[in-house]
Design a protein around this ligand. Structure first.
Ligand code: PNS
Length: 170
């Protein structure tokens, strides 16, 4: 990997589903870099359980959400499976951007960043501190509230709210 300026970064995640917190990180990644690829992981989540939404649904929700929020310019959404560093290499992306909420995020993210840097020297890990407005927002909280029939319109865009309602109604 060259030492040149980074023009393309990846914002990876499970996005099960995408929240206002994720969208804030994507928006800020786009302010910092001209090209952003949002990489939606096919794999299981951190706690070992599988995502509630299928990969194509999570990709579709992200595209809808970006459109709803006016964030499509310079941002694309792609599914991926396997190693993140491989995916970045295939895309020619020079960095990974992630959001940090609390110290608990930091330990997990540091471990991943160290591992990724070992596997792909030169691939930068860039962290943005989460907007305090969204510090408490997580996909798991959204899923839990939605499963209890609570209105989650303050945590996710309306297109995602609709998908959640359909999911938990069926
Ligand atoms: O939204 P999440 O669940 O915090 O995202 C985690 C994700 C998908 C970014 C991470 O698990 C990942 O990069 N998975 C791909 C597999 C991989 O490369 N693992 C090694 C890095 S630790």
């Amino acid at each position: 990997m060259s030492e040149s300026t980074i023009g393309h970064v990846v914002v990876p995640g499970t996005f099960d589903p995408v929240t206002f917190g994720h969208l804030d990180v994507i928006r800020r990644a786009r302010r910092l870099f001209p090209q952003v690829s949002v990489a939606v992981a096919a794999s299981v989540g951190k706690n070992g359980s599988g995502p509630i939404f299928a990969l194509d649904e999570r990709v579709g929700m992200l595209r809808e959400a970006l459109c709803e929020q006016g964030l499509e310019d310079g941002v694309s959404v792609l599914p991926f499976s396997g190693l993140l560093v491989e995916f970045c290499r295939e895309l020619g992306a020079g960095g990974v951007v992630k959001g940090l909420r609390a110290m608990t995020d930091f330990e997990y993210e540091l471990q991943q960043a160290d591992l990724n840097s070992y596997m792909a020297p030169g691939l930068e890990s860039v962290f943005v501190m989460s907007n305090p407005k969204y510090g408490y927002v997580s996909s798991s909280i959204v899923r839990e509230l939605a499963s209890l029939g609570t209105d989650v319109g303050f945590l996710v865009p309306s297109c995602v709210e609709r998908h959640l309602r359909d999911h938990f109604r069926s």
